[in-house]
Design a protein around this ligand. Structure first.
Ligand code: SF4
Ligand code: SF4
Length: 148
């Protein structure tokens, strides 16, 4: 009998404590600064130009080879990034691509809603990654450098 009373008491006490759950997806939690969501591309906030210098280090270090890029000669005779593909179905969210990038052009965004019914939906292009990068400040953003 005592055990039943104890059980009811635990339930009764919970009626007067604040909720810890939220109404997802209407409500969303702020992700921790070091949360590693989808890798995304960053652009110069003043010019809007992608920061990527097409060095290929991120693709080379990626343990699952899920990054792919097309590099073309630029008008100045330098290298220019034509396309940047991320196959997110293979991504481990390890963050090695962001760590190795010499110009902080690729960052781990806070994006985690990646479910899709189409396999093609797992493939992100340069434009899509740049759009996510513009919305989600990652580890490497100047404001969150201390979160490295
Ligand atoms: S987070 Fe890791 S697995 Fe994903 S693209 Fe970057 S290096 Fe590759
Ligand atoms: S490491 Fe950085 S600069 Fe080099 S290709 Fe990847 S995103 Fe671009």
């Amino acid at each position: 009998m005592l055990d039943e009373v104890k059980g009811f008491w635990v339930t009764f006490r919970r009626l007067f404590t604040p909720n810890v759950t939220i109404q997802y997806p209407e409500e969303k939690r702020q992700m921790a600064p070091r949360f590693r969501g989808l890798p995304s591309l960053r652009a110069d906030p003043e010019t809007g130009e992608p920061l990527c210098v097409a060095c290929g280090l991120c693709a080379r270090i990626c343990p699952t080879s899920c990054l792919e890029m097309t590099v073309v000669p630029s008008e100045e005779g330098d290298r220019e990034l034509a396309e940047f593909i991320l196959r997110s179905g293979r991504c481990l969210f390890c963050g090695m691509c962001a760590q190795v990038c010499p110009v902080d052009a690729i960052t781990m965004s806070g994006e985690y809603e990646l479910a899709t019914l189409q396999r093609d939906g797992l493939i992100y292009t340069k434009t899509e990654l740049a759009a996510i990068g513009a919305q989600n400040l990652g580890w490497w953003d100047a404001d969150t450098q201390d979160a490295r």
